[in-house]
Design a protein. Structure first.
Length: 269
């Protein structure tokens, strides 16, 4: 908790992450100003505790303040359960739950309207129907390409998730795929063949967005129970316009999530 001026405590989330090593700076870690403490030596093998100088000890820090209960639960360790959601489940359980909650995406609108993070936009297609903006995800500090992570946020506001997509959205999805790859290649020199481009279901926020990550990076949420490759989504919709209104979708829910409780109450878990 953070104590405010009035003396009242307000919840906050502070996320500490070690950033990947930058190849050109690895040699600096082994110079004389780095402190080494021997832990064990056995024949040709030895292990040490290494204490690098401050300029090489970066810890990426993300702060969510004030944090809602949903933010707090998202980052607490919890048991996880797999849900197999049919279209009927979506209509009778998931959608009513989403509509009953106040999931704010104002921060997304701020980016789309250039009220925030305008200087971080990598690329924009301004078309109100088939356009999007491409911005670095907050998980990426942009100091190296090993953990490259960008998000494409669509301009359309009525499309919330994978479940809303039909063949009508194919031009939008194709523009994200092709223009997004071209923008990443032009700006960062990473070809499309080295990108993992996917959507989440369930998403962490209900405004359609697409993830672009380095293929070599084991990004959070890139596992099979959550990630849907954009190329597969496009192919599925090209085959059947209502594909995502017909098929069952699998996703994981944490033990304390309200949506899991809804599925349990309905006898679906």
């Amino acid at each position: 908790q953070v104590t405010g001026p009035s003396g009242e405590g307000t919840d906050a989330v502070v996320i500490l992450e070690k950033t990947p090593f930058q190849e050109e700076k690895v040699s600096d870690l082994l110079k004389k100003h780095t402190k080494l403490e021997l832990q064990m030596r056995n024949d040709i093998y030895s292990t040490y505790h290494l204490y690098p100088p401050p300029e090489l000890s970066e810890i990426k820090t993300t702060v969510v303040y004030p944090a809602t209960e949903k933010h707090l639960q998202k980052y607490l360790h919890q048991e996880v359960h797999l849900i197999r959601e049919t279209w009927e489940d979506y209509k009778t359980i998931t959608l009513p739950f989403i509509q009953s909650q106040s999931f704010s995406v104002q921060w997304v609108y701020n980016i789309l309207e250039k009220k925030a993070e305008a200087d971080r936009i990598i690329y924009e297609n301004p078309d109100p129907c088939n356009g999007f903006v491409l911005v670095p995800d907050l998980k990426w500090n942009q100091n190296q390409l090993d953990d490259l992570y960008l998000i494409a946020l669509v301009h359309r506001r009525e499309v919330k998730s994978l479940r809303d997509l039909t063949a009508e959205h194919l031009p939008l999805l194709r523009s994200i795929l092709e223009e997004g790859k071209e923008a990443v290649a032009k700006r960062f020199g990473v070809p499309g063949s080295q990108l993992r481009i996917y959507l989440h279901y369930q998403p962490s926020y209900y405004h359609l967005h697409v993830h672009f990550t380095a293929l070599s990076y084991d990004a959070p949420g890139s596992s099979v129970e959550r990630a849907h490759l954009l190329t597969d989504v496009i192919d599925n919709l090209a085959l059947d316009s209502t594909y995502y209104q017909k098929r069952a979708l699998t996703f994981a829910l944490r033990a304390d999530e309200l949506l899991l409780k809804k599925f349990q109450e309905a006898g679906r878990v």
